[in-house]
Design a protein around this ligand. Structure first.
Ligand code: ZN
Length: 275
């Protein structure tokens, strides 16, 4: 082998060892902290995917979702991956999520699906589906790039990708189970104005209605090609418009938001629920 080729090979191996060493040290640290017998782990870019699912095909599918969706988020909205290595805990079922989740991390938020914690990473019952994985990945990217994102936009974007399709390297949100609650709220005239959605407490008594309204607002912006612009300008203007309400009105180009909301409600009522 020519000396220059040998040097290049050594350099590549050294670089590979550095990357692997960081990953191995990270996993060794996790193993010290948690009873990880039966857990598989794999690195996917900025993430470490950990699962106690014994089925290699399912694990491979979930790792592929992480790789594709992370690429999509970078292409569509976010400049940076989360710093360091972020863990993605995919507990195989409800029992494992509840038992191991509590043993590893203590009591988390009251969600049957999962949650994102800056300290522990993504923690979820993967038996609820890949939608939870995409939802929580949005939160990881949001924290890394837009930590002061208003709740309605953070949850609206995360919820949008609970049901999504792949178009090349991009992700497209599709209609999902939250439509039913939204259409009921529109019919019963209990939906708040968009200004109230953006500026009032999001995680209150009506949080599930707020999630649905924010999700389908984001979906409408996606359908009209304005979601990327909204994200860009909301990040850019966060100091002067922390709720992103003014940014929303400007991106929509509307002077009468009450009239726009009526048109948006007609659009939402015409959507067909998933089968
Ligand atoms: Zn969320």
């Amino acid at each position: 082998m020519a000396p220059s080729l040998l040097l290049l090979l050594c350099a590549l191996l050294t670089a590979g060892e550095v990357v692997d060493a960081a990953y191995e040290a990270h996993v060794a640290e996790l193993t010290k902290r948690h009873a990880m017998a039966g857990f598989h782990h794999e690195r996917s870019g900025a993430f470490v995917v950990l699962s106690d699912d014994a089925d290699p095909a399912r694990r491979a599918r979930h790792s592929a979702t992480v790789a594709w969706f992370a690429t999509a988020m970078r292409r569509m909205y976010f400049e940076h991956d989360p710093a360091g290595l972020t863990d993605i805990w995919l507990f195989k079922d409800k029992a494992s999520y509840e038992t191991n989740g509590a043993a590893f991390f203590g009591a988390g938020p009251d969600s049957p699906y999962g949650y994102f914690s800056p300290r522990h990473g993504l923690v979820m019952n993967i038996a609820t589906g890949g939608g939870t994985l995409c939802h929580e990945l949005v939160h990881a990217y949001m924290r890394a790039n837009f930590p002061k994102c208003p709740d309605w936009l953070n949850e609206g974007l995360a919820s949008l990708y609970e049901q999504c399709g792949q178009r090349g390297d991009l992700a497209t949100g599709l209609v999902n189970w939250r439509l039913k609650g939204l259409q009921e709220a529109i019919t019963s005239r209990t939906l708040p104005t968009f200004e109230a959605l953006c500026t009032a407490d999001f995680y209150g008594a009506n949080s599930s209605r707020n999630y649905a309204q924010a999700r389908y607002l984001c979906m409408h912006l996606q359908e009209t090609g304005k979601l990327g612009q909204l994200m860009l300008e909301a990040m850019r203007d966060q100091a002067t418009d922390p709720t992103a309400w003014k940014t929303l009105v400007r991106v929509l180009g509307e002077s009468d938001m009450a009239a726009w909301q009526r048109r948006w409600e007609q659009w939402a009522m015409a959507l067909k629920p998933p089968r």
